[in-house]
Every structure is written in C-alpha cells, then in structure tokens.
Design a protein around this ligand. Sequence first.
Ligand SMILES: Cc1ncc(COP(=O)(O)O)c(C=O)c1O
Length: 362
Amino acid sequence: MSTDSQPGRPPYRPATVAVTSGRPPHEPDNPLNEPLTMASTFVAGGEVEYGRYGNPTWAAFEQALGDLEGGRCLAFASGLAAVATILDLVGNGARVVAPRHAYNGSLLQLADLEARGRAHAQLVDVTDTEAVAKACDDAALVWLESPTNPALEVADIPAIAEAAHEAGAYVVVDNTFATPLLQQPLSLGADVVVHSATKFIAGHSDVLMGAVATADDQLYDVLKKRRDMIGATPGTLEAWLALRGLRTLHVRLERAQANAQELVRRLGEHPAIGEVRYPGFGAIVSVVLEQGALAADLLTHKTKLWVHATSLGGVESTFERRRRWKTEPATIPEGLVRLSVGIEDVDDLWDDLATALDDLTG
Ligand SMILES: Cc1ncc(COP(=O)(O)O)c(C=O)c1O
C-alpha cells in the first residue's frame, strides 16, 4: 500500500515512495533532485516570506517522510528540538505518561518540566500494556518509544492508543529505531510520530535533524506554528542531506537488519555475553556483558572495526556502554552495550567483535 500523497501518482510501495517522493515534477530541464535553496528571505507576497516559516528543500524532505509515515511532516533542527516542541504543548500541571526506559534526552526534558512544575511525568514499563492503560487516566499525553532506547522494549501501540484516546490523551510515538519502513505508528493509532532524523533516516552520521508527522491537520498547524515561533527549524543543507539519506533507507535498513539478525545469533552463543536484547526487527541490538561495566568498557575500546561512539543508525557500526552516561536510568544494566549495526560485511563485524570478546573470557 502506498503512502505517497502526491496527486496523480500510482499507489507506490514504501521503497518506491522513498526514492520518488519529494522530487520536482518530471518536466523538461527540471533537476531530478530538489536543489538546495539557501535563503533567509523570499520575495514578499507568496506563501513562505521568511526562512523560518519554510524552505523548498525542507518541503521536499517533509513530503517524502510524510508520505512514508502516512501523514504531514515537519522538519526540525534536531530530534530533541522536535521533542521539546511537542512537550511544550502540554498544559500547566498536565500528566504525561512516558517509558521508564527511553532516550535519556527525552527523559531529561520531562524531568525538567517536572522540576519547573510544568508537568507531572509518570514513568511506566511500556511492555506492561495493562499498567500503561491504567496510567492513561487523567493523562494529557502518552509518550511512547518503541522499541525503547537502549532496552529495546516494544509497546503494544494499538492497545495503548485505544486506552489513551478513551482517557482523552494524545499519543506520541518516537519511531527513531523502527523507521517508517518497519512501523507506521499513525496507522497503529498514534496522533504524532517523532523522529531523530539524525539516525537511520539521514543514515550517514553527518547530520543533526528531527521531524514530526501527523495525520491531524489541526495538530499539524499547532506544531508548525510552534516550530516557526521558536525557530526550531533545520538548516537547508541538513534537510538536503537527510533527504538524500532517506532515498536509500530501505536498502541500508535491509542490509543492516540482516547483519543484526546474524550477529544476534552469534552473540547469543558467546560465553562473555549474559543477555542479548533484540526486538526481532531493526538494526539496534543491546547485549549485557556477564562481567559487568568493566568488561563492557574494555570491549568498546578493544575493537578495530566497531567504532566507540554514541548515536546510531549510520552505515558504519558503532557501539557504547550506555551507563557511561550519568543521565542514563539506573535500571539499565551497568554492563549493557548498545550496538548500532551497520552495512559492512557481517563476517568482518563478527571477527572484530569475537576477537575482543574472546580476549575478555581469556
Ligand atoms: C530514540 C531517540 N529519540 C530522540 C533522540 C534525539 O535526537 P537528536 O540527537 O537528533 O536531537 C535520540 C538521540 O539519540 C534518540 O535515540
């Protein structure tokens, strides 16, 4: 089924949408790609007027990602700029239900709202659907991440969305780990999807960008007004690069996911690994080292191919021990290493990891 909303197009499947959406019309001498429009201002009397309200290069990116998510998209300066813009919409004293394990930047924003008396956050285990449904009572917003970063827990989005809507709460899903190719939260009942486009969407570890998508025109207008008012807008080059990355998302993800699945199998058999966490799809894997934090730190410093780096979703394989960050929730095991599996040859990835892991077990 196609999500491409451009008029006159046949109902393309997602891979074709990723390649074709957001391009200039097929007319003689039009470029195939939307050019970089470097402009802070536009001639008055049109629709854009000023560079904070819109840009044709962003619009091309927004068209393509919106078509993939099944809604209208807005590009942001970063994933956290998108998160902040959404969270800022909750009323004073509102209750926000959120995962106890989620990207720590999003959790920090919630803690900050709480500290300033702006909102009350109730942290839940997103895999306990009944508990989440109960927590929805009196909530204004249910924030989900699925799979969660870095615990890789999966939420039952349709069941939670139903409970949230019954309670009158909006549902936001951070879809960064799954991408619209593996999960389309709007079709599962979510009101808003949020992305760190920095990750799989841009895909080359060279861009910071965020995005939201919604099928609700009123929410779209509110979010756009807020984004434009606070200036949480992306640079033009960033939007151009993110769209260039999006064109190959399906190919990169297919390869990275296949690599991840093979590594999950091999890691599960290694004696240094106590636990492998993998939701069954995607290219992020978390492992818990039997010997805890020290072993995990040693692992991330011993490899030659795997890069010790935060962030994820690039073509190159990266990993890190998440608890090295003091802001990571204490319920994440000290020895948990989050692996972002890239598109290299899986045997090279395994040889490098196995050599470092063998060293740990002596
Ligand atoms: C799941 C998730 N959401 C949001 C963010 C924040 O995105 P950004 O770094 O683009 O601000 C991240 C960053 O790691 C993330 O992993």
